[in-house]
Design a protein around this ligand. Structure first.
Ligand SMILES: Nc1ncnc2c1ncn2[C@@H]1O[C@H](COP(=O)(O)OP(=O)(O)O)[C@@H](O)[C@H]1O
Ligand SMILES: Nc1ccn([C@H]2C[C@H](O)[C@@H](COP(=O)(O)OP(=O)(O)O)O2)c(=O)n1
Length: 233
């Protein structure tokens, strides 16, 4: 579908929340960002918020096994995240941490924050406020957007890909710097840990699955926009 066709279907100003969940490396961030651009919508990377809390704990010596301390950190931090699909920016107390939150040490530790329920509750509250702040015209992606953060979203998608595709994509994204066991830990073992608190492996009722295993990036963006068109029209 062309961009102008999409526009004729989705008037600016009308509520359009597109919720996208899926496992690590399925293409959520890159595909959601591009879909948001084409829909002239905002974009929210909720995983970046879990990463920012994790980075804060690592750099200030907060014990990630101490649930009360992690919850307190999630409530107390001065966290800013851009919701423009054209400006990737995350700051902690005014310091740019956009790149630092992607470091492997954060990827390896982030499940400790994701499985701390008090921290989740606080981040979910902040995510709902960001969605409202964007006038409910936003593509929001993560693990629990379709089920918990925005179960009433106009469009709900589970973006999946085979394990081998996800490992290959993450390896390429990190420039071949990670060994295969490091990638397994950062992708598959992390998903297994995160799955203990949220279900992003199977589509909930009303959630449409897009399997990107055999699709390239552009085809995946188009598949997502086709679902938006079909479901939200
Ligand atoms: N359909 C696709 N085919 C090939 N590569 C893809 C596809 N979707 C995403 N990618 C690439 O795979 C990598 C991981 O994607 P990303 O959006 O970070 O995934 P996630 O947010 O689900 O972890 C990125 O380098 C991205 O450009
Ligand atoms: N809505 C969300 C988003 C992310 N998380 C957790 C799960 C992940 O381990 C981390 C980081 O998420 P992120 O989307 O950045 O991870 P990947 O890009 O898939 O590697 O946060 C979550 O529990 N709930």
């Amino acid at each position: 579908m062309s961009e102008s066709t999409i526009h004729s279907h989705f008037r600016l100003g009308k509520s359009l929340v597109v919720a996208i969940d899926g496992p690590s490396g399925s293409g959520k961030s890159s595909v959601s960002r591009e879909a948001a651009r084409r829909l002239h919508a905002a974009y929210l990377d909720t995983g970046a918020m879990y990463r920012a809390v994790t980075l804060h704990c690592l750099s200030t010596g907060i014990d990630l096994k101490d649930a009360a301390a992690v919850e307190h950190a999630a409530r107390a931090i001065e966290l800013y995240i851009s919701t423009s699909p054209d400006r990737e920016l995350v700051t902690l107390a005014g310091v740019d941490v956009t790149t630092a939150i992607r470091e492997p040490r954060v990827s390896e530790a982030v499940s400790a924050v994701a499985t701390t329920l008090g921290a989740r509750a606080e981040l979910i509250r902040r995510q709902r406020a960001l969605i409202a702040g964007a006038g409910h015209r936003i593509v929001a992606e993560g693990r629990d957007i379709t089920t918990v953060v925005a179960p009433d979203a106009e469009v709900r998608i589970l973006l999946t890909a085979s394990e081998s595709a996800r490992l290959r994509r993450r390896g390429d994204q990190l420039g071949g710097t990670q060994s295969s066991s490091q990638l397994q830990q950062q992708v598959l073992e992390r998903d297994a840990k995160d799955s203990t608190v949220v279900n992003f492996q199977q589509a909930a009722d009303g959630v449409v699955t897009v399997d990107s295993s055999e699709l390239d990036f552009e085809q995946t963006v188009e598949a997502v926009l086709d679902v938006v068109h079909t479901v939200a029209h």
